[in-house]
Ligand binder design. Structure first.
Ligand code: SF4
Length: 389
């Protein structure tokens, strides 16, 4: 915290309250994977009490119409990013490697400002947050038979940089204003729930809404460093071989080391991967790639140490680094999930059947991909908000 109080965290709770009070609006909320590991910390809940289902119960009492899981679109991200990676790999002689994952806006800003010549190596897949926003205002508006402008889409993220991402014009493609109208951090959600005097410890667990409350274990581990890579490899294996691997076949990419690497063999194709979390480690890794010291095919980078579990919007527990403990929650949830592969999520299969066609289809490109070279580092709407404060 700023010791003089001159710098304040941006608080977007009022915008959400206004939307909830508007009878014309259908307000839906998506909950990011890492939020389920941490939201109960300020309430003093034990980890086994602070489940995503209890958070869903609290959010229903706040007044949200539909409670969904960003993990659903983490599965969608894997379908698109995994397919894109395999496509680029098959065209290796004409592509520049490594390919970088692209769901962390902190990392994207870093590449754009520090290594702009590498921007084209970022996957074009949008982050799960933005995929959710685009799907909510198109496919879901159609399912509900309402005008997309009547949908107010809120996301709960472990992240401050996601507020920036939602404002980038090039990432908003559903055609009805912003795809994600407001991003709340885990800390803001705690304040929102308290402001409504909801006693979370007395709430029962409640199911999330369908169809976007269904997600695989692969999607849930997105919140841990290495999780995106592991989920992508599980589905890449299926895409290449037509068979599922052992779901834990790629667990070497787990762990809190700031820079990890591994080599996997999928049907005779050798895939060299690396994972870094924290921008200091990302910088070292990029410099090693540039100098030719290391060579990879696929690299996951997350700006926050430990990944989103240790994200900048998570509860701050003085003197404690909780990313590791929170990540263990995610791996436990993955293990318990009956669906361990993104391509087996029934809601994903239906979404492709009914609306998108197939991964990398024209519709998918229109809604789920974005060229990061078109991203502005300081979108105008961001500047205005900074001026106002
Ligand atoms: Fe946000 Fe940090 Fe996660 Fe990147 S790693 S998406 S900056 S919380």
């Amino acid at each position: 915290h700023c010791p003089t109080g001159a710098l304040r965290e941006r608080d977007d709770i009022d915008q959400v309250m206004q939307a909830l009070a508007d009878p014309e609006k259908t307000v839906l909320v998506q909950i990011a994977p890492a939020v389920r590991t941490s939201w109960g910390e300020y309430f003093g809940l034990k980890r086994e009490q602070a489940t995503v289902k209890r958070l869903a119960a609290a959010l229903r009492r706040v007044g949200f119409d539909y409670i969904f899981d960003t993990s659903f679109t983490a599965d969608l991200t894997i379908m698109e990013e995994g397919s894109e990676f395999i496509k680029r790999l098959k065209n290796k002689e004409n592509e520049k490697f490594p390919i970088f994952t692209s769901c962390c806006p902190g990392w994207i800003r870093f590449v754009k400002s520090q290594h702009p010549d590498m921007v084209k190596q970022l996957s074009t897949a949008k982050s799960p947050q933005q995929m959710f926003g685009a799907i909510a205002k198109t496919y879901y508006a159609k399912l509900l038979n309402i005008d997309p402008s009547k949908i107010f889409s809120v996301s709960i993220m472990p992240c401050v940089a996601k507020k920036y991402e939602a404002e980038v014009p090039a990432v908003n493609s559903a055609g009805s204003g912003r795809d994600v109208d407001v991003v709340l951090t885990t800390r803001e959600v705690e304040r929102l729930i308290r402001s409504e005097n909801i006693q979370v410890e007395h709430l029962p667990e409640e199911e999330l809404d369908t169809p976007f409350g269904i997600a695989s274990g692969a999607a849930v581990i997105f919140g841990a460093t290495g999780g995106v890579m592991e989920a992508a490899l599980r589905s890449a294996y299926y895409l290449v071989t037509g068979k599922n691997p052992d779901p834990d076949a790629f667990k070497d990419v787990r762990g809190m080391d700031g820079w990890k690497e591994s080599v996997f063999n999928i049907d005779g194709i050798e895939i060299k991967v690396a994972i870094a979390s924290g921008l200091g480690n990302a910088r070292k890794l990029i410099e090693a790639i540039r100098s030719g010291e290391v060579e990879y095919d696929f690299v996951e980078i997350m700006a926050c140490p430990g990944g989103c579990a240790g994200g900048g919007g998570q509860p701050i527990c003085e003197g404690q680094e909780l990313a590791c403990e929170r990540s263990e929650v995610l791996y436990g949830l993955d293990k318990l999930n009956e669906i361990r592969f993104s391509h087996e999520n029934p809601s994903i299969i239906k979404c492709y059947e009914d609306y998108l066609g197939e991964p990398l289809s024209e519709k998918s490109h229109e809604l789920l991909h974005t060229d990061k070279s078109e991203w502005e580092l300081n979108p105008k709407c961001c500047e205005k908000k900074v001026e106002k404060r």
